[in-house]
Design a protein around this ligand. Sequence first.
Ligand code: ZN
Ligand code: FE
Length: 261
Amino acid sequence: MEIVPLPLLADNYGYLLIDPATRRAAVVDCSEAGPVLAEVERRGLRLEAILSTHHHYDHVGGNEDVARAIPGIRILGSRADAARIPAITELLDDDAEFEVIGSRGRAILIPAHTSGHLAYFFPDDGPSVFSGDTLFAAGCGRLFEGSPAQMMQSLGKLAVLPEATQVWCGHEYTEQNLRFAHDLEPTNPDIIAKRTRVEMLRQNGRPTVPSTIGEEKRTNPFLRCESAELRRTLLSRFPDLSTDSTAIFAKIRELKDNFRG
Ligand code: ZN
Ligand code: FE
C-alpha cells in the first residue's frame, strides 16, 4: 500500500492509504472532510474507511461529513472511546486484527494522551505504524487522560515493533521536539544529524514523516530515560530528582510542557 501524508488544519497530518492496483483508499485521522475528499477525487480513488486514532477534534473532525458524503463508509476506532468518536462503525479492542484496502492491520491500545488512544500497525506494508498523538517524531503527546507511568507503558508497546517500522505521527512537531531533545542530550550525534536534516526539510516546506522506530530509540528523549547524558543534564538542573525511570520520564514531560526553545 502507498502512504500519502495530507497536511490538515494548522499542523496535523491525515494519511491516505492507497492500494495502487485497485485504487481503493482509506484515511487515518480525518480531521477535516474537504481536503481529504478533494484529494480522493483528484487521485481517482474509492475511499472505503476512516481509521481514527483518538477522539480529539483535530483527528476526527471530518468523520461525520465524510460519512454523509460516502454512505456506508467504515469508520474504525477504539472501543474504549466509541462514545467519543463520531460516526464510528467498527469498535476495536487492544490487539484487534482488521483489514482495510486489502492490507492487514492490528490495533494497539496506547492510552495516556487519551484513555482510548489506538495505534494502527501494518506488518506487511513497510512495516508501518500510525501513532496519532502518542509517539511523535522526537516527542510524545501530552498527558490529558493518563499518568507518566501509563504513557511509558504505551510508548513501550510501540518501541518493541521492528526497528525498521515507519512511524507516521499526528502532528508536524519534529523541529521543536528536536530542539528540546538536543537541549537534554547536547552531544548525541543522532539528534544533531536529525536536527540538521529536519531543519532542511522544513525550510523547503516538506514533511518530516516518516520516522522509524529505530530512529526514535536513538533520538526521542521519551524513549531515552536510561541515557547517561540525559540523566546528567536533568540531575545537574534538579539535584533532588529521583533516578527512578518513571520520575525521569515525568520530569522530561513536565519540562517539555514548558519548553520554549
Ligand atoms: Zn490529540
Ligand atoms: Fe492532535
